[in-house]
Design a protein around this ligand. Structure first.
Ligand SMILES: Cc1cc2nc3c(=O)[nH]c(=O)nc-3n(C[C@H](O)[C@H](O)[C@H](O)COP(=O)(O)OP(=O)(O)OC[C@H]3O[C@@H](n4cnc5c(N)ncnc54)[C@H](O)[C@@H]3O)c2cc1C
Length: 342
């Protein structure tokens, strides 16, 4: 009989669980229900009891590690906290939330417990035994893994489960004592890139994709890369959308052609790029070829603006295609958005 531990931690506010943690709670609850297994939720936070208030209706035994040392992400304290929670819960399956904090320590903790780990898990299935699903080779091959070794750590990918929602209520949290090793790292704070500099926003509802057309010669024979950059950044500022790109556009820097300075290969969506998850997507100046559109697999509603009435988007890959000049359309869209903001 399996027993399940979901590891969670507080977000930057310190008093609430991170979104990834709440996604892991959903995954753990569903798995426990399917297997008829017991469920423990472990919380790492400055005040685990406060952070656990949302878990009153989760139907799980709650264990926590509390203290100032656990307010911040740091390998030594996080690994010690997770190890203590795993030993106290003694579960055969450990579900860990997405995010850098757990990604950093999960493999080390699995090793300390003599267990095994699989990462980038997108689904947990199986009625008789646990089956974990993940993508390989840039989302080209999907694999389902089963293992006999225990404890088995499963580090989830973000956005693969809905975040658990529960009414806030007082809860009982069993506090687990942790013997901290000597801490050589002190966390002085965070330095984040300016909002405008950070164009990849996994939590945004909208993905805005820029294609190579933005920097190509336009019908009047001119290139307008600077204007393109202004329109795109204005739109991102006004909407908070995440910025994706086609491969052709991000490759242009290496080819000595006009580039958009804020784009890197990290923005590339597609077969050899990323497969982001956003509710909606808007493609602009992009042809919609299969190696690009395959990266839109998890995008719900799709719209495109292209001058070419025969582009890939018009062939069933988008819900709505505007056959129009994206420079004109986006200038007008930005005007409307700015007016609405005022
Ligand atoms: C093995 C392999 C892997 C690949 N992996 C990827 C990948 O991961 N991601 C990816 O994106 N590609 C990938 N590609 C490349 C892919 O096949 C296409 O070449 C690429 O997506 C084309 O980019 P694009 O549509 O931006 O550029 P283009 O094909 O140059 O299209 C530009 C479009 O912009 C339109 N346009 C121009 N001006 C305007 C305007 N003013 N208003 C509106 N529309 C305008 C044009 O009509 C045209 O349709 C891969 C290819 C291979 C062979």
């Amino acid at each position: 009989m399996e027993s399940i531990l979901v590891l969670t931690h507080a977000d930057e506010s310190g008093s609430a669980l991170s979104k990834g943690s709440l996604e892991a709670v959903t995954a753990g609850k569903e798995l426990a229900a399917r297997l008829g297994a017991s469920l423990v939720i472990g919380i790492v936070a400055a005040d685990a009891k406060a952070a656990a208030c949302v878990l009153a209706s989760a139907g799980a035994r709650l264990m926590g590690v509390s203290g100032e040392a656990f307010a911040q992400a740091r390998y030594a304290s996080d690994a010690a906290a997770c190890e203590a929670l795993c030993r106290a819960a003694n579960s055969s399956i450990v579900v860990a939330p997405p995010g850098s904090r757990m990604a950093r320590v999960a493999a080390g903790v699995a090793h300390r417990l003599g267990g095994v780990i699989d990462t980038h898990i997108t689904a947990l299935g199986g009625a008789e035994c646990v089956e974990a699903t993940r993508w390989f080779y840039r989302q080209r091959v999907e694999g389902t893994i089963t293992r006999d070794a225990r404890p088995w750590f499963l580090l989830l990918d973000a956005g693969t489960h809905t975040a658990f929602e529960g009414a806030m209520s007082d809860v009982h949290v069993e506090q687990v004592a942790v013997e901290l090793p000597a801490l050589r790292t002190s966390v002085n704070g965070f330095r984040e890139p300016l909002k405008d500099a950070q164009t990849i926003r996994p939590d945004a509802r909208l993905l805005f994709v820029a294609g190579a057309g933005w920097t190509k010669k336009q019908p009047d024979g001119e290139t307008r890369a600077v204007r393109a950059g202004e329109l795109i950044l204005d739109f991102l500022r006004l909407t908070g959308a995440s910025l994706g790109s086609s491969k052709s556009l991000v490759d242009q820097g290496g080819d000595g052609q006009p580039v958009l300075p804020f784009l890197t290969h990290m923005n590339q969506v597609g077969q050899t790029g990323s497969t982001p998850r956003h509710a909606k997507g808007l493609s602009t100046c992009c042809h919609g070829e299969e190696p690009h559109v395959v990266g839109w697999r998890f995008i719900g509603e799709r719209r495109a603006i292209s001058l070419d009435p025969n582009c890939g988007w018009t062939r069933g890959k988008a819900d709505v295609v505007y056959v129009a000049d994206a420079f004109q359309v986006m200038a007008r869209v930005n005007e409307l958005l700015a007016a609405r903001k005022e």
